[in-house]
Design a protein around this ligand. Structure first.
Ligand code: NDP
Length: 292
């Protein structure tokens, strides 16, 4: 069994992006500028946003954090998005989820200009991605395929089973694994909460991608010997032995599944760090596309 080390690969990616930013700087070209809108004070969101901003600083991007109260009216947030759409210095921006209940995710996603949608959630980007046209790929699925690519995992002709069909992970990753591309060219099966006899599908998987949010629900008896397992899930499990009072766990029961795998992502240190690196790669690619 070999680990798919997302921490190591994301570090490589960030160094590559940093080197590209240096080149832009020395050529007096525009430095990528990412803006992040954070609504409210969800502690997990604050942590994610904090590390996105910190990573921007580390690789030489400009960044702007726009922190809005959770009482903000939907119309005011949409107005802010419009301002960012028009701001020529901002190359890309994201609106951190989850949003307060009174704000429509759909309206927010549709309001973001597809040219600045570095989270890749806009229907135009998802459609372009499905058609294998240039697009911002959603950061987590982009991170998953980059990880498989950097480890040179063969995918063509393999059976990839994805558990989960959310718009931000399961659905786009299944499309990416199916595309006529590398990585890609898999035969893909997508499972979800209404799937009957989940195990009968997971046992067929050469590549199993799990994104359900059901902590440690994929057990050894559900995984084929030699499979490649990518665990997207991340949740906090109470743990008195930790100073924080919790440990991070994935959707896969790592200890019992890992010995059966050829490759597996750890949690933490697998898909998570790849997500931030992919978001920043999208922002850089946006700048390059604009100036090409
Ligand atoms: P969602 O809750 O939006 O989607 C979960 C999906 O899993 C749904 O399609 C659901 O089916 C399916 N599902 C739920 N329970 C089962 C079950 N028992 N059997 C089969 N399918 C099931 O979650 P997300 O896609 O947003 O996130 C999934 C996980 O990934 C979470 O742990 C999240 O924290 C993590 N995540 C990690 C990221 C990272 O950077 N590492 C980024 C984004 C997410 P149905 O559609 O029928 O409801």
């Amino acid at each position: 069994m070999q680990l798919l080390d997302g921490k190591k690969i994301s570090e490589q990616l960030l160094e590559e992006i940093k080197a590209d930013v240096e080149k832009l700087r020395s050529g007096n070209k525009k430095i990528p500028h990412l803006a992040v809108i954070l609504v409210g004070n969800n502690p997990a969101s604050e942590t994610y946003v904090g590390s996105k901003i910190k990573t921007c600083e580390r690789i030489g991007f400009k960044s702007t954090l726009i922190h809005l109260p959770d009482t903000i009216e939907e119309a005011v947030l949409l107005q802010k998005i419009e301002e960012l759409n028009k701001d020529s210095d901002i190359d890309g921006f994201i609106v951190q989820s989850p949003l307060p209940k009174h704000i429509s995710d759909e309206k927010v996603i549709n309001a973001i200009s597809p040219a600045k949608d570095v989270d890749g959630f806009h229907p135009e980007n998802l459609g372009r991605m499905a058609l294998n046209m240039p697009a911002f790929l959603p950061a987590t699925p982009y991170g998953v395929i980059t990880l498989l690519d950097r480890y040179d995992i063969p995918t063509a002709g393999k059976h990839c089973v994805v558990i989960g069909r959310s718009h931000i992970v399961g659905l786009p990753v299944s499309l990416l694994m199916m595309r006529n591309s590398k990585p890609g060219n898999c035969t893909v099966t997508v499972c979800h909460s209404k799937t009957v006899d989940l195990k009968s599908y997971t046992l067929q998987a050469d590549i199993l991608i799990v994104a359900t949010g059901q902590t440690e629900s994929v057990t050894a008896d559900m995984v084929k010997e030699g499979a490649v397992v990518v665990d997207v899930g991340i949740s906090r499990v109470p743990d008195d032995t930790k100073k924080s009072g919790f440990r991070l766990a994935g959707d896969v029961k790592f200890d019992e599944v890992a010995p059966k795998c050829s490759y597996i992502t750890p949690v933490p240190g697998g898909v998570g760090p790849m997500t931030i690196a992919s978001l920043l790669k999208n922002t850089l690619e946006g700048v390059k596309r604009k100036t090409a």
